[in-house]
Design a binder for this molecule. Sequence first.
Ligand code: ADP
Ligand code: MG
Length: 188
Amino acid sequence: KNAGFPVIKTIEEFDFEFQKSISKRHINRLLEMDWIDKIYNLIFLGPPGVGKTHLAIALGYKAIDMGYKVSFISMDNLVYSLKTQDIMRKSKIKINKIHSSDLVIIDEIGYLPINREEANMFFQLISALHEQTSIIITSNKGFGDWNELLGDPALTTAILDRLTYKCELFNMTGKSYRLTHRKSFLED
Ligand code: ADP
Ligand code: MG
C-alpha cells in the first residue's frame, strides 16, 4: 500500500465520543466510497489535533482496500514536488502518480504560506484534477484565511471554486486529542 501515508490510521481507532463535531453516520456513509466514483471532494477544516489527518488517512486506506488508487502528500511536499518536477525524477514520479490517482489527499494546507508562483502551480494542478479525481484537503485555516495563505485573492477564489463545487465540508472543532491524551514517559 504505497500511497505515501506517514502512518496508518483506521476508522476503528477513531473515537467519535471525543470528536463530537463529526458524525459517525456521515463517516460510515463515506466509507462506501461512492463519492470517489462521483468525484466529490472532502474538506476537513479545524485547529491542530482534532483528527483531520487521521480521518483523511483512514478514508484513503479504506479506498485502497476497495481498489482505488490513492496518493497522500503534504502540502509542503506537494509544492516542493511541483517546483522541482522538471529537474528531479523523484518529484516527477510523485506528480505523475497524483495525476493517475482516483483520490489525492493533500494534507495540511496552511502551515506555511506559499508564494504567487507556487500558488499558481497549485492552481494548475487543482484545475487538472477538477472533475477527474477526488481530492481530500485538510487545513488548519478557515477559507477566510486562504487569501493570505495563497497570496492572491483571484487565484484563491478560483482554487476554492473548483475544490468546493462538489464537496463535503467538515468544520471540525474541539480540543486537541494530542493535548488531552498527552503521554508521560515517567508517570505511567
Ligand atoms: P490534525 O490533523 O487535526 O491536526 P491528527 O489527525 O493528526 O490531527 O490527530 C492527532 C493525533 O491524535 C493522531 O495521533 C490521531 O490519531 C489522534 N486522534 C485525533 N483525534 C482522534 C480521535 N477522535 N480518536 C482517536 N484518535 C484521535
Ligand atoms: Mg493534520
